[in-house]
Design a protein around this ligand. Structure first.
Ligand code: GCU
Length: 681
């Protein structure tokens, strides 16, 4: 049975002979003008993929042939390509970008892939494959596509013992034990999948880092992985445990201002670059959730980050310093702490430091307002950190398409430089004119045969890559591509599956945390409902810390009468949220403590609205099951069943969430659950 291992890189023969014949005319042979490992990858991918799709061998030629076909190469290096690309077009192509066109010149027909560097040729090749996979027309094709974000990386929360923190797809795909000699074919397939969506970097170790990775034998293993990734344009990065100089170097301190510590890091970095000349740099979680950091020595985040940045600078490496910091001892609202710590440091970081910020101020909740740091540190490049693994959204079992959520975050207006100052423009560097820009996605990949455990998790990996390339792409068009590449071309089935992807995030929010509720999951594992459980380390982080239910009402007052987290946003942003009668219901209980009998804009009281949302969410999962059943004729039985079985779990658990949360909140509201609520059909 088809187990989904091939992801969206399925190049089965196109069913219609007419369509196949059409493509044979235009892309029946390939010539890549140039010689390098990345160009060779592009050629091999094109040849393998097209041969499958067209049902005949699509050869890779060693010189340009007469007659139609693909020609690819680098502008300025290839005379052939120079002859086909106009100066005007060439000027528009940027680093890693490409021109993809169909052109007739002197009676010759060609599909041209032209770029300024070899990665551009690789990405253009995958774009062409995607067009054929989705059976798009090639005639008249003329597009220039440049990535909007420079560093497009995955973060693996993978431990050296192969467990994966918040991983729901089996164990880590990095087999450290057998590296560096044994190179699992998965490493190559992983690199192909990432290259196909433009991902150009990967952090292979957990943010809760283990300093062991810096031991020479481990670095050799890392170098072996880097060698596999390099021909696919992917650079490797590592997480740096701040106390590594003590643990691996035998020093007495890890104080960033200590000369011995600085030397240890410079030497270590030199050693790494000796093995991995294109090493990307470090990702650091410091002074967060018990991790060591500069504050242990009364230094601040900038002093810590800069010390590492100085060590990496001579080699072009960067530091991705995370802003996910909060302290249990701190009496301040957790949502405010990162802003308080980081905003005063704006302008104090070295040029090769990026601050990596989670999309929201708490922690990857089903829905959060944007993090207040976006737009608040104009002198520092901020990276987005999205979670692809679904820690708080049903983990490996629930079907929840994340692209809509990413889109919502990226398109949110911070207003910091007037209307239109979206989060996307903050992180692509355009708002504040930063050269360096980056985005990170916490991977959902593991040893599961289909890579992501839940088959639909593949869609989230795919969507993350596409949005990292261009955060302005509409989620809907990403679904369209993915569904056609992954499942079927049947128009009806495609639209049903796209609809599941488009609505499932809102559905999950409804049955888990409607109206701006958050962090009411069971503590520790973060899976099922647990608004009543308290294992919080702080006296006031009792069970009600995040939802604050009491006899009067529900929700966290973050306005001026409460924690005033709202004041960390731009005044125009605050305006949208300040008034409980005007705020979008999405964020109502995030910012306001609302009386149970308060009448909302829907005409319902808060209590009735809450009951309705939970019921709508659970009913929507039942409807989703029916939608999936309706496409069964168009999906192979192996993958169909995988999804169907997960939907059974999701249906059961959506009801669990609904009933458990409503019964619990009812113990405060003391109101009846209305009888006429939406039930599964
Ligand atoms: C969450 C998650 C942790 C993770 C942390 C982080 O709190 O539950 O497992 O380590 O985020 O992002 O650092």
């Amino acid at each position: 049975a088809d187990d989904g291992y091939r992801l969206w890189l399925r190049f089965d023969e196109i069913a219609s002979e007419e369509v196949r014949n059409d493509y044979r005319q235009s892309v029946g042979q390939i010539f890549i003008d140039g010689d390098s490992p990345i160009l060779a990858t592009a050629g091999k991918e094109l040849s393998d993929g097209l041969s499958g799709l067209l049902g005949q061998s699509v050869p890779l030629l060693d010189r340009a042939a007469d007659g139609p076909g693909i020609i690819a190469g680098i502008i300025g290096q290839s005379d052939l390509i120079n002859g086909w690309v106009t100066t005007a077009d060439a000027e528009k192509i940027q680093e890693e970008g490409y021109l993809l066109m169909q052109k007739e010149q002197n009676g010759q027909q060609r599909i041209v892939i032209a770029a300024k560097d070899e990665r551009g040729v690789l990405y253009g090749s995958f774009h062409l494959l995607r067009l054929v996979q989705t059976q798009s027309a090639l005639s008249g094709l003329h597009l220039i596509d440049n990535p909007k974000i420079k560093m497009r990386v995955l973060n693996h929360w993978d431990n050296l013992d192969r467990t994966v923190e918040r991983g729901y797809a089996g164990f880590s795909i990095w087999d450290w034990h057998q590296l560096p000699e044994f190179l699992d074919v998965r490493y190559t397939d992983y690199a192909r999948a990432n290259a196909s969506i433009g991902i150009n970097g990967t952090v292979v170790t957990n943010v809760n880092a283990n300093a062991l990775i810096f031991r020479p034998d481990y670095l050799e293993k890392v170098a072996a992985l880097a060698d596999v990734f390099r021909p696919y344009g992917i650079r490797i990065y590592l997480t740096a445990r701040f106390s590594a100089p003590i643990e691996q170097g035998g020093l007495e301190t890890a104080d960033p201002l200590d000369a011995g510590v600085q030397k240890w890091w410079s030497d270590k970095v030199a050693e790494i670059y000796e093995l991995i000349p294109d090493f990307g740099g470090f990702l650091v979680k410091a002074n967060s959730e018990g991790q060591p950091g500069p504050q242990n020595y009364n230094r601040n985040h900038a002093e810590g980050a800069n010390m590492l940045a100085d060590a990496l600078e001579p080699y072009g490496g960067v530091v991705m310093w995370r802003a996910f910091v909060y302290s249990n001892e701190e009496p301040e609202d957790r949502a405010k702490q990162a802003y308080n710590e980081f905003v005063p440091l704006d302008g104090k970081f070295r040029k090769n430091v990026l601050i990596q910020v989670k999309n929201g101020p708490i922690d990857f909740q089903p829905r959060e307002p944007i993090h207040p740091l976006f737009g608040a540190m104009p002198q520092t490049p901020l990276m987005m950190e999205f979670q692809i693994t679904k820690e708080y959204l049903g983990q490996g079992t629930h079907l929840v398409g994340l692209a809509k959520m990413y889109e919502e975050v990226l398109q949110t207006d911070t207003y910091v430089k007037g209307k239109g100052s979206t989060v996307a423009k903050v992180i692509d560097g355009s708002l504040d004119g930063h050269e360096l820009s980056g985005i990170a996605g916490v991977a959902n990949i593991g040893t599961a045969r289909n890579w992501t455990g839940n088959l639909f998790g593949q869609a989230d990996w795919y969507a993350y890559g596409r949005l990292a390339w261009d955060p302005e792409i509409a989620a809907e068009s990403i679904f369209e591509e993915w569904t056609k590449m992954t499942f079927t071309h049947d128009p009806e089935a495609v639209s049903v599956i796209n609809n599941m992807l488009a609505t499932s995030h809102e559905t999950c929010v409804r049955y888990m945390t409607p109206l701006g509720l958050h962090h009411i999951m069971g503590p520790g594992h973060h899976y099922g409902p647990g608004p009543w459980v308290s294992r919080m380390p702080r006296a006031d982080w009792t069970s009600v810390y995040y939802h604050k239910a009491d006899e009067k009402g529900l929700g966290f007052d973050r306005t001026a009468s409460g924690s005033d987290a709202l004041s960390q946003y731009h005044p125009d942003f605050q305006k949208e949220l300040r008034d409980m009668d005007k705020i979008s219901h999405k964020f109502l209980l995030w910012f306001h403590h609302v009386p149970w009998d308060h009448v909302l804009s829907t005409g319902n009281t808060l209590w009735v609205e809450l009951c309705r949302e939970y019921h709508r969410g659970a009913a929507a999962v039942t409807a989703m099951k029916e939608q999936w059943n309706s496409v069964s004729d168009h999906i192979d039985p192996g993958r169909f069943r995988q999804v169907a079985m997960h939907l059974d779990i999701q249906e059961k658990e959506a009801k669990w969430w609904r009933d458990a949360c409503l019964r619990y909140f009812q113990s405060f509201s003391k109101m009846e659950i209305p009888a006429d609520l939406e039930q599964p059909e």
